[in-house]
Design a binder for this molecule. Sequence first.
Ligand SMILES: NC(=O)c1ccc[n+]([C@@H]2O[C@H](COP(=O)([O-])OP(=O)(O)OC[C@H]3O[C@@H](n4cnc5c(N)ncnc54)[C@H](O)[C@@H]3O)[C@@H](O)[C@H]2O)c1
Length: 341
Amino acid sequence: MRTILVTGGCGFIGSNFIRYMLDKYDDVFIINLDALTYCGNLDNLSDINGINRYKFIQGDIGDFELVSSIFQEFKPDIVVNFAAESHNDRAVLNPRIFLETNVLGTQNLLEVCKKFGIKRFHHISTCEVFGDLDLNDSNIFTESSPYKPRTPYNASKAAADHVVRVYYHTFGVPITISNCGNNYGHYQYPEKLIPLFVTNALEDKSLPLFKSSQNKREWVYVLDHCAAVDLILQHGKVGESYNIGTGVEKSIEEIAAIILKTLNKPETLKQYVQDRPGHDRRYALEWSKIKNELGWAPKINFEEGIVETILWYKNNPDWWKKLKNRSFKDYYDNYYSKLKL
Ligand SMILES: NC(=O)c1ccc[n+]([C@@H]2O[C@H](COP(=O)([O-])OP(=O)(O)OC[C@H]3O[C@@H](n4cnc5c(N)ncnc54)[C@H](O)[C@@H]3O)[C@@H](O)[C@H]2O)c1
């Protein structure tokens, strides 16, 4: 039996990863350590809560005593670190918590790994550590591109990647890192672009597009991301990082158009709002390393995956309605006044 400590498993990607691993393997035991911050949601895993190869522990990755006690009791073979503050907009309002969780929380996990030993520490990172690209730049990011983060979230993720590498080079902790493009799929907290636009459109509310709506992102279906992480755990080379991309780039404008068309809603729902400060124009990853070395390629075609995702939110209003009620009234309505722009 492989014992995997997944952190942040009640969030979007972590919950998909836990379900993916439990479905795929009979010999995997998963401990999910999650602080249940505003976006941590037990409903994301309500279907697997009774499974005896799964255990949820509520707590902070930055709590040394707690993480040590988990290592003493469960002796994990592998840690996969998804836990993070992950929303760029929120990072502009409160950068500090991003540094505390994403950098110091990660360092704490590594410190415990160093003390008790681990077969693999895999860190989930992002394309955003590399900074932004010109919209038409043909030189996209490779694993050895320099880190040039421009927002508090991106800086915290970049710093965490450096710390992870430090624990490999200085202390010998066997690490791997993956830097992935923008994910889409089921269970994404409805403050992020796709679920926000879909759920707003379903409620006939406006879709807030940043004025630079030609800015684009590279889109990865969340289960393709999970499959890539699984492969890296099995065959990835210790000390290495792997880009996870697709080559599928879509602008904010294009995403809004697909959502409105799929839901048969009018273009008039689009509302242009001021850009977030430091709004990056474009991220794009060169992902031949994971393809050639590990044999990974995305399986989900974007045109099908996005429609399936839109329809999932349409068919699961009970999942997202309570989340929107929970945090949005005091948040997006006042976002720009809080920024004092
Ligand atoms: N969403 C994307 O498109 C994307 C792309 C590339 C990389 N990533 C990275 O993937 C990871 C997961 O992203 P996501 O979109 O699932 O995020 P999310 O915001 O949906 O989930 C984050 C989870 O971490 C938990 N958490 C936060 N602080 C914690 C702490 N101190 N201790 C324990 N748990 C804590 C939250 O409760 C939540 O369940 C993050 O590291 C993010 O940077 C995300």
